[in-house]
Design a protein around this ligand. Structure first.
Ligand code: PGA
Length: 256
C-alpha cells in the first residue's frame, strides 16, 4: 500500500438482533478475534441497533477486543422535543466512535442532503466520526450520471468544512442497486468511483485531507468478493450489512 490509511471494516446490523441475540453474536466475534488477531492495518467497527449499543460496548470493553463502537444514525439536534430520536451526545456518552449518516435506506424515507449535513454537524460537535453514505441508483448508472450524483452528495455534506474535519470522515460508496441484492459492483467500477470520490474530496478540502479519508465500498460484500474489491488503490474497507450478521462470514472478511 502506498498510503498510511487504516482499512476500516464496518458491520451495519441494521434493524436486526435483539439485545440477547446481539450479545451472542458479539461474543462469537470476540472469540474469533481473540484467537486469530485482526491483521495489522485493519480496524473493525460494529453498528448495532440503539437498544444494543450499551451492551455491545460493555462486552467489547470487557473482552478487550479491538472493535470500535458505531451507530447507524443520530438526530441533528442536541436535545429537545423529538420523540423517539437519539442525539449525537447520547451516542458519544456511550463511547461511540463512528456514526453512519445518509444511508440510502434512510434517504429513501425522506432524509435529505440538508438533514444529512446537519447530522454530520452534530456528529462532529460531539467529536465522533461520520461514515457518510453516497451512491447512485441503477437508473442513474444507466443514464451515465452516477459520478455526478456521488460528487453532488459529497459536496452537499462536506463542502465548507475545515480540512481537519473532512480528514476524519469516512465515506461509504454504496450503489443502491448493490445493497442487499447479491449484485456486487465490479472491482473496476468500485475502484473508479472511489478514485472519483477522492478527487472530489481534494476539490472540497485539499489534497492532504483527501489523502486521509477512508473510502469504503458497501453492497453485498461477502468473504468471496472482498479481496478483489479491496485491490483498488482508493478502496479502504467495507460497510457490510447481510454478511456482518454471521460471525464466520464477517470474521473471514476481517481476517482474510
Ligand atoms: P449489504 O448492505 O451488505 O446487505 O448489501 C450494505 C449496507 O447497506 O450498508
Amino acid at each position: 500500500m502506498d498510503h498510511p490509511r487504516m482499512t476500516l471494516i464496518s458491520a451495519n446490523w441494521k434493524m436486526h438482533l435483539n439485545h440477547i441475540e446481539a450479545l451472542e453474536l458479539v461474543q462469537q466475534l470476540a472469540e474469533r478475534f481473540r484467537a486469530s488477531t485482526i491483521p495489522a492495518g485493519r480496524e473493525v467497527s460494529i453498528h448495532p441497533p440503539f437498544t444494543c449499543l450499551a451492551m455491545v460496548g460493555a462486552t467489547i470493553a470487557a473482552e478487550r477486543v479491538p472493535i470500535s463502537l458505531g451507530a447507524q444514525t443520530c438526530h441533528y439536534a442536541d436535545a429537545g422535543a423529538h420523540t423517539g430520536e437519539v442525539s449525537a451526545g447520547m451516542l458519544a456518552a456511550l463511547k461511540v466512535r463512528y456514526v453512519i449518516a445518509g444511508h440510502s435506506e434512510r434517504r429513501a424515507r425522506g432524509e435529505t442532503d440538508q438533514v444529512v449535513r446537519e447530522k454530520i454537524d452534530a456528529i462532529y460537535r460531539h467529536t465522533m466520526q461520520p461514515i457518510l453514505c453516497v451512491g447512485e441508483t441503477a437508473d442513474e448508472r444507466h443514464r451515465g450520471v452516477a459520478e455526478e450524483k456521488v460528487r453532488q452528495q459529497l459536496a452537499a455534506a462536506l463542502s465548507g468544512r475545515p480540512a481537519e474535519l473532512v480528514a476524519a470522515a469516512v465515506i461509504a460508496y454504496e450503489p443502491l442497486w448493490a445493497i442487499g441484492t447479491g449484485a456486487t459492483a465490479s472491482p473496476d467500477d468500485v475502484a473508479n468511483m472511489c478514485s472519483a470520490i477522492r478527487d472530489e474530496l481534494e476539490r472540497v478540502a485539499g489534497t492532504h485531507a483527501a489523502a486521509m479519508v477512508r473510502i469504503q465500498y458497501g453492497g453485498s460484500v461477502t468473504a468471496e468478493t472482498c479481496e478483489a474489491l479491496l485491490s483498488g488503490k482508493d478502496v479502504d474497507g467495507f460497510l457490510i450489512g447481510g454478511a456482518s450478521l454471521d460471525a464466520e462470514q464477517f470474521s473471514a472478511i476481517v481476517i482474510g
